[in-house]
Design a binder for this molecule. Sequence first.
Ligand SMILES: [Zn+2]
Length: 300
Amino acid sequence: MKAAGKWVDPFDDMSRPPFDLSSVGIDTRWLDVSLSDRRLLLVVAHPDDESFSNPGTIARYAASGVTVHCVCATRGELGTIEPELLRGHAGVSELRTSELLCAADALGMAAIHFLGYRDSGMEGEPENLAAGSLHQAALEDVTRKIVTTMRVYRPHVVITFAPSGGYRHPDHVKINQATLPAFEAAELGPGKLYYLAGSVTALRIAIAAMRLLRRDPRKFGRNKDVDLVRMLDEATPTTTVIDVSAFLQPKIRAARCHRSQTPSLPPGPIMRIMGRTERFARVVPPWRSGESETDLFSSI
Ligand SMILES: [Zn+2]
């Protein structure tokens, strides 16, 4: 694995907090065991969610000394993979775990906490009935694992999916449903909770472009299972825009780590224009009208 040389064993120093969460089914992969006095936790469902949602924000805060951890519920077992990419890997989950750790290294993350569920498909797919899938997991079980991680690492800022999950992927929706009660139960004091919020303008442009090309914007993506029109209808209003224009390179490096999911990236000029900012919706503390915010850690 690319970053293997950098990983360290947290149990070398037993004076540290209790890092071993395996008793509750969490497998942690470390890149840096130090904990700074500013900590951010990203809670997602699949390897690549971190790199295709808010990677510039992760890179920006990690570079400024914030400890960034990521909870990832699955190892992306259902991802479509070109067979040649599997060479040298025991299976899809191992390949995608290595891709996530590569991206974590590119973005400066400190640790990934895998919750141990199997990937689920879009609504109605037969894989969702598989034992061990996130789809089948009891919501309380998922919530408990996230609460445990929060209580151990005490993040000041938590980021997760909006209630729509972005594009209605059932795993994303479930992570939202588990993270909200987990955040409350963890009692993080002055902690702030944000939802990922995409660009409505970018969505409108994508829908218009598809219509111009006589393609159905309700059937977008590799598997034609992403409904851009519904995404626009359900878009979470942005409260906070983060300037990540100085972190385009780590964003590109992280996206390239997920080679099995994204064989090619948009052209550089489009990446530069579309990737300058990342958007969030603050949930806790509640947004007050007239407020403006350009820093997730403001007032912490
Ligand atoms: Zn995902």
